[in-house]
Design a protein around this ligand. Structure first.
Ligand code: ANZ
Length: 851
């Protein structure tokens, strides 16, 4: 695609203006010499000259606006999915559209990845760089409750504001492929996705104790509870028994553990691995004494079975009340009630005092045939394994503490070495050798774990199993501002899926948003929405909406054909453009968005909708920008407002400074003065590139250019934009000494283009190029030019630098020492005493010691 340039570039335009200004200024200001005689006509001339120079300076904001307009008009960044070039899908995590002005975090999140995209474009890729909005969610709804403004209106307004600001950043986004998840032409397909999962049995509804945020009046997924508090509003989360929709992400636990071919940060992979929590163990069955009930336990230590002296059920375990004897009922019920008010995190916290209640029943240890008491305790969670454990106090810390408290028997069955059994001060939790374990005694723990399970399996009382900590994904929310779940209920309360042809289920506009405190979605009070006739029957619509993470679990598939009406995405285009080659966003999404998106992508792959197994090939998390070492926050008053700087310095300089502050993945500390240094660099660069300069040392000039190309090309690959910019600055320092010819100016302009796109485009025009610099190629360095045959050496006398010499690298040591001694500043100090030592550090320095 060719870019059509405006007739004049800003530079020429500015100088034309300056020339006129200069002539007029001189004509009008000369009478000053009459009023103020000490000034001569020369002074007036000089004064006008400086003012003109100042006014003709590179005017970033004006130039940037011009280029943005021109890029837009020439559709430079329009996606071309039919291109023969290799594709490159460059994606940033889309934001929630807020009405506030963009903050530094937005800039840091979006501008540097755009530099990466521009670099890949110049490397010859067909870069696809979309941008959109994750626009459903609580903030708009809470705002509506407070102000009465409809979420649809406030969201659309916010999208318009943010788009305008984003355009000022000057990224390569193809705005024609933009999307917003709250628009019906998008959420229609989120509902379609729900239906596909439903049809395949991966979306289901069940009554479950769920996390409930009393303030936001909604359920939360496990991932949205941080240290027992609501991730969004910080309110303490409680438990509530509610009928909820889930996606069976657990069915994908094993697949999600496979990270093959993913260039992701190790830490993120580990976090997902930990969150999925794969645990190899055994499921063993204990018969309840005196009745038909059986209790299944999950254990990773079947080798300790002979040491199980009691059992513990989670207070919510369905058998608890059946097993509780009348004399223990009151205490058990009281304990169950108390447990309701604690969340899983509090219950499993290390160091928390263990307590429980005895049910009055006993179970039979399948290995020893002994009767063991059945207790309930909140340290056993209903959400893990089977919700019941065989307690082995001699070899598990929590069981040990519990047994000590309630005086339950402690029986050692594992020892470190044969015959070192002794009274335990604390649990021995490591693997070892079995004792007191019948025919299994003397086996190692590893061996016994399997053998004991197989032995029980033969009796139908056990099996090897794998357990995952990962829970199914709770997707229903009792909120208004989300995609309605496309389900209805008939007279018998049976769920009926909406036909695909009847999508979207449109979210009604006129709704009373205020939560009624009944735990139901505000949609419940919209009679026309709830009560409908469907397929000739009276039905009631599902009033819950979907978690916004469902919206963002597939948006990357929609972008390439964001306006498609007939399907969620064009299969062929997706086959060509996916997976995303580079995905940039916050590390906090490791166990939520990034896991959900992988799951949905895998599901769509398994059912033939797409051909890519994984959604995101390479992943990078940006660091944080701090100020005075602290995270920016309104309460601390240390927030940097980008607008102020962008209007003063322009987008390029602001972007370059952010990138210069530190490695992208680590972020950096904002310094008000720092940006002026970058601005000075940009201006000097502009002046050097646009003015005639005679080349004084051609070899040195070439060396400076090619060294910069080498360094920038290497460091940009690692997202170390800071050292790229440092290399460009280093080049500048060299170039002002050596001068630069046109050919090399072109090379270096191409090199700075990803980091300062508008500036580069402006200089490119000045260098006589008609097309966009982003239609040119990334420069290659020539190793021959970089090779240096001479070096500068510092010369010290008694530890102080007294001179500098430039020598050929291959010069012999004696000759170098001789040259050093002859150096004028050095000779003077050598003459002051007797030379006792001379040292030459290769290619670095010469040092003399005089006494
Ligand atoms: C007996 C035993 C003996 C255990 C021993 C450990 C040491 P990971 O590795 O995290 O999977 N457990 C099982 N279900 C539980 C639940 N719902 N709530 C709390 N704890 C539960 O942990 C597996 C171990 O955690 C299991 O192995 C079980 O205790 C406990 F010397 O069984 B073990």
């Amino acid at each position: 695609m060719k870019i059509h340039r405006l007739e004049h570039c800003t530079f020429k335009h500015t100088w034309k203006f300056a020339r006129t200004y200069f002539i007029w200024a001189n004509l009008l200001t000369w009478p000053i010499i009459v009023i103020f005689p000490p000034l001569s006509i020369c002074d007036i001339f000089l004064m006008n000259f400086y003012v003109t120079i100042f006014m003709a300076h590179y005017n970033a904001p004006e130039t940037e606006k011009k280029w943005q307009k021109q890029w837009d008009e020439s559709q430079l960044y329009k996606s071309d999915f039919d291109s023969d070039k290799p594709k490159y899908y460059n994606l940033v995590m889309f934001p929630y559209p807020s009405g506030d002005t963009l903050h530094v975090g937005h800039w840091y999140n979006y501008a540097p990845p755009d530099s990466w995209g521009r670099y890949m474009r110049m490397k010859g890729f067909q870069v696809f760089e979309p941008f959109g909005y994750d626009s459903f969610g609580l903030p708009a709804e809470n705002y509506a409750i407070k102000t009465g403004v409809n979420p649809d209106d406030s969201t659309n307004e916010n999208i318009a504001t943010m788009t305008r600001q984003m355009k000022e950043m000057g990224c390569m986004y193809d705005w024609d492929t933009s999307l917003a998840t709250s628009q019906a032409d998008y959420y229609r397909w989120t509902q379609w996705l729900f239906l596909q999962l439903y049809k395949k049995g991966l979306a289901y509804k069940k009554l479950a104790p769920v996390n409930w945020c009393p303030k936001d009046q909604t359920v939360l997924a496990n991932e949205q509870v941080v240290d027992g508090h609501c991730e969004r509003c910080g309110t303490e989360v409680t438990k509530k028994n509610l009928s909820q929709w889930f996606f069976k992400i657990r069915d994908y636990a094993e697949k999600l553990l496979n990270f093959e071919g993913l260039d992701w940060p190790e830490k993120t992979k580990l976090m997902q691995q930990h969150w999925i929590g794969r645990s190899e163990g055994s499921e063993l069955i204990f018969q309840v004494d005196g009745c038909d009930e059986k209790i299944a336990v999950f254990t990773t230590r079947a080798d300790t079975l002979f040491g199980c002296t009691y059992m513990v059920l989670a207070p919510e375990h369905p058998l608890v009340l059946d097993l509780t004897t009348p004399e223990n009922k009151a205490a058990v019920e009281e304990y169950m009630e108390k447990a309701k008010h604690k969340n899983d995190i509090e219950r499993s916290a290390e160091g928390k005092e263990k307590n429980g209640a005895f049910t009055g029943s006993y179970a039979i240890n399948p290995a020893t045939g002994e009767k063991v008491p059945v207790w309930i305790a909140d340290y056993v969670l209903m959400t893990y394994g089977t919700g019941a454990v065989m307690a082995v106090p001699a070899h598990d810390d929590r069981d040990f503490e519990f047994a000590k408290k309630y005086d339950l028997p402690i029986k050692t069955v594992i020892v470190e070495k044969a015959s070192n059994e002794k009274n335990l001060e604390q649990a021995f939790t490591a693997y070892g050798i079995l004792v007191n374990s019948g025919e299994f005694s003397e086996l190692s723990s590893e061996e016994a774990r399997k053998k004991i399970t197989l032995w029980l399996e033969e009796k139908g009382l056990g099996k090897l199993t794998i357990n995952y900590k990962l829970r199914d994904w709770l997707v229903s929310r009792q909120r208004y501002w989300g995609a309605p779940i496309p389900v209805l209920y008939d007279e018998n309360d049976e769920a009926v899926a909406v036909d695909e042809a009847d999508l979207p289920v449109v979210l009604p506009r006129d709704v009373d948003f205020v939560p009624k405190g009944d735990g139901k979605s505000p949609l419940n009070s919209v009679a026309e929405f709830v009560n409908v006739e469907y397929k000739g029957k009276k039905m009631r619509r599902e009033v819950d909406t979907m978690d916004t993470f469902v919206d963002s679990s597939w948006y990357f598939l929609r972008y390439p054909t964001a306006k498609l009406d007939s399907a969620p995405f064009d299969k062929e285009v997706v086959a060509k453009m996916l997976p995303v080659d580079m995905y940039v966003g916050g590390a906090e999404h490791a166990c939520m968005h990034l896991l959900y998106a992988r799951f949905i992508n895998m599901f769509l792959y398994d059912h033939g909708y797409i051909t890519n197994k994984e959604p995101f090939k390479r992943l990078i998390h940006q660091g944080f920008i701090t100020r005075n070492g602290a995270k920016m926050s309104k309460s601390k008053g240390n927030v940097v407002s980008p607008d102020e700087y962008v209007s003063k310095y322009g987008s390029d300089i602001f972007r370059m400074y952010l990138m210069f502050m530190g490695p992208f993945t680590e972020g950096g500390d904002w310094n008000d003065q720092g940006i002026t240094g970058v601005a000075r660099f940009a201006n000097r660069f502009y002046t050097l590139m646009t003015s005639e300069s005679a080349v004084s040392d051609e070899a040195a000039m070439r060396r400076a250019v090619h060294k910069a190309i080498k360094k920038v090309s290497q460091d940009i690959e690692r997202f170390n934009f800071n050292t790229c910019i440092a290399a460009l600055m280093e080049f500048m320092n060299e170039a002002v000494k050596t001068g630069v010819d046109k050919e090399n100016k072109q090379l270096i302009t191409r090199l700075i283009a990803p980091f300062a796109p508008h500036l580069a485009e402006e200089i490119w025009g000045h260098l006589g190029e008609k097309d966009s610099v982003f239609n040119s190629t990334w420069p290659a360095f020539n190793p021959e030019f970089i090779h240096e045959d001479s070096v500068n050496l510092a010369v010290q006398v008694n530890g102080k630098v007294r001179g500098e010499i430039r020598v050929a690298k291959e010069l012999a040591q004696e000759e170098i020492l001789a040259l050093a001694k002859a150096e004028l500043g050095v000779a003077k100090y050598l003459a002051e005493g007797k030379l006792v030592k001379e040292i030459y550090v290769k290619e670095k320095l010469v040092s003399f010691v005089v006494k």
